[in-house]
Design a protein around this ligand. Structure first.
Ligand code: CUA
Length: 196
């Protein structure tokens, strides 16, 4: 006497269900559609990155994160808001576990503002809600973002890249003021608004 197959895959389907050949054909059909969709999406990503010259949001500028505090652009005395000869403003910040240095910067409204950031430990994120400012801050690289604030106001700048246990407490502020008010402030006041 022949034993019926015991494995679940060998057992015939019960009466009344879809025949096995149709099930197999349907599954193969859908696998082909899924693979086709994946291929189309990959082609779109690759082509659009070439055609639209897509690249990471920050420029690729390297820096030695071990000597940040000792020399170069990101020494402590050079951090915060600086007014350039052409009237634009550059803000330099360091992201570190779990703080931005400085914790608050003052920038003018209606003026081009360039943020330059770097990290001295792990990857952080830098985001100003309701603006185009959104970048990762990667150790060893300088992230640069340009924007212009149309109105005075306060912006929070949370770290939006998980960077460790204190990540959720890592945030700072950008205070946008009229140009005349910034011009009146000294260098120290432009970076000490955190205390207010
Ligand atoms: Cu820094 Cu999250």
């Amino acid at each position: 006497m022949v034993e019926p197959p015991s494995g679940p895959l060998q057992r015939p389907l019960p009466d009344g269900t879809v025949p096995e050949t149709i099930v197999v054909r349907t599954e193969e059909h859908w696998i082909r559609i899924m693979v086709g969709m994946l291929v189309i999406m990959m082609v779109i990503i690759v082509l659009s990155s070439f055609v639209g010259a897509l690249h990471p949001s920050s420029n690729v500028e390297v820096i030695d994160s071990r000597t940040l505090h000792l020399k170069g652009e990101f020494v402590e005395s050079n951090l915060g808001t600086a007014v350039e000869p052409d009237g634009s403003v550059t803000v330099r910040l360091i992201a570190q576990q779990y703080d931005f240095v400085p914790r608050c910067v003052v920038v003018p409204a209606g003026t081009p503002v360039k943020f330059r950031l770097t990290s001295d430990d792990v990857i952080h994120g830098f985001l100003l809600p309701d603006t185009n400012v959104n970048t990762m801050v990667v150790p060893g690289f300088v992230a640069e973002v340009r924007t212009r604030f149309s109105e005075p106001g306060d912006y929070v700048m949370p770290c939006h890249e998980y960077c460790g246990l204190g990540h959720q407490a890592m945030w700072a502020r950008v205070k946008v003021v009229p140009w005349q008010e910034l011009a009146k402030q000294g260098r120290f006041e432009r970076t000490s608004c955190a205390a207010q």
